[in-house]
Design a protein around this ligand. Structure first.
Ligand code: PLP
Length: 417
């Protein structure tokens, strides 16, 4: 029997790729909006948008047009020159956000790394009561959070499994319960400089804080001169029904980080800080470069980022996400009343979690991972968090009929179909 194109590719992958990932036996060849097609020609409705990155959908015509035009013009000159796409992207983030200044990198982890380094510079310049030579350098974050896999961000990430094997870790990180201001307050000492939190926890299972949590946290940070870093790698770019997730809670962070959707599928990370905070990276002030990356803000990536924000704004995709997402949560909540396997459906915008009861799943899908695999077989892409929550994060442009078709498949699988 001849091997399928997929099997052939898997053999080549096994022989040539570092085995970091546990991949499904699926090989995707092309994408179109909210649809994906594998090498065998099978169609999938994409309810997870590549971990949220192709936020406008796959091969959105405006993304293809602007990135192609840029590709024929200029790719990269380095950050000692000015380029228009980078300024265009930064201006959009400044205007749609809180007037912050952007530093561009390639991933969520390195955006957070840039934020943590900036916080350390701030903590040296604003030592407060810190007695030691390092000034204030400690960062408090939440358990079940995810901030990346670099050395600093592993420390901030509140999941032991992410850190195991990599000890000794970078000092200065404490993880305390999410949505618990008291826990943060007791973790803060004279050497603490920042708190990093997700407006809604993504990898932790779509965990939504109380509506006043961020306001109270903001007041606490102001009182203690702590920088509030909003990790918006998941919640940025319209995903939660607001352009940026902190806007859901009506607070302004000192630093916001972006990743995933901000490149629309190209590798982009953003560290955006209030001007008074960004100032601590100033070459003019420090007399040297204190943080940089060669390819950050390259023209192709920036053409993509500027287009992501332009299309979100022109088509009000944040509002669309809010409207569609409210319908999905309502539909799945009423489904939960009829289906024992579903504990709860929750979310904001098109950032939705369906918490499952592993003991009540149908016999055909005894584990949450089986639910995901069965949906793949039925042609629907979803994901499950390590905490057993089914996660839905389709492109913000998903046509309503496809969303409906995808949700019907989810319901059918959870009913044992
Ligand atoms: C909230 C959050 N921050 C940071 C990261 C790290 O981003 P990246 O995988 O691009 O390094 C992730 C990745 O899932 C994330 O969810």
């Amino acid at each position: 029997m001849t091997a399928s194109k997929t099997q052939e590719l898997i053999s080549r992958a096994d022989a040539s790729l570092s085995p970091n990932y546990g991949r499904y036996p699926i090989a995707i060849e092309r994408g179109e909006g909210s649809l994906l097609y594998d090498l065998e020609g099978k169609r999938y409705i994409d309810l997870f948008a590549g971990f949220g990155a192709p936020v406008l959908g796959h091969c959105h015509t405006e993304m293809v047009r602007t990135v192609t035009e840029q590709a024929c013009k200029l790719w990269h000159v380095g950050n000692l020159m000015h380029t228009e796409p980078q300024v265009d992207a930064a201006e959009r983030i400044k205007r749609l956000g809180f007037g912050g200044l952007s530093f561009f990198s390639h991933s969520g982890a390195d955006a957070n790394e840039a934020a943590i380094k900036l916080a350390r510079l701030y903590g040296k310049a604003n030592r407060g009561q810190a007695a030691g030579e390092w000034g204030r350098y400690k960062v408090v974050s939440a358990t079940k959070s995810f901030h990346g896999r670099s050395f600093a961000t592993m420390g901030a990430t509140g999941q032991d499994a992410v850190r195991q094997g990599f000890e000794p870790l970078l000092p200065g990180f404490t993880n305390v319960a999410y949505n618990d201001l008291g826990a943060i307050a007791s973790a803060v000492d004279d050497e603490t400089v920042a708190v990093i939190v997700e407006p809604i926890q993504g990898e932790g299972g779509i965990n939504i804080p109380d509506s006043d949590y961020f306001k109270r946290l903001r007041a606490f940070c102001d009182e203690r001169d702590l920088l509030l870093i909003a990790d918006e790698v998941w919640t940025g770019c319209g995903r939660t029904g607001r352009v940026f997730g902190h806007q859901l809670w009506d607070v302004v962070p000192d630093i916001m980080t972006l990743g995933k959707g901000v490149g629309g599928g190209l590798p982009v990370g953003v560290m955006c800080a209030r001007p008074e905070v960004a100032e601590h990276y100033s070459v003019a002030k420090n007399g040297k470069v204190t943080h940089a990356t060669t390819l950050g803000g390259n023209c192709l990536a920036m053409a993509a980022t500027a287009t992501v924000f332009r299309v979100i704004e022109e088509e009000r995709l944040d509002e669309r996400a809010e409207r569609l997402g409210a319908g999905v949560v309502e539909r799945l909540s009423s489904f939960a009343e009829r289906c024992d396997a579903v504990v709860e459906a929750r979310g904001h915008g098109l950032f939705i979690g369906v918490e499952l009861d592993p003991d009540k799943l149908p016999s055909a899908t005894p584990a949450v991972a089986d639910v995901v695999k069965t949906l793949h077989k039925k042609g629907v892409m979803v994901n499950a968090s390590k905490t057993g929550v089914l996660r839905l994060a389709p492109p913000l442009t998903i046509p309503e009929e496809l969303l409906d078709e995808g949700l019907s498949a989810v319901e059918s699988v959870l009913n044992g179909g």
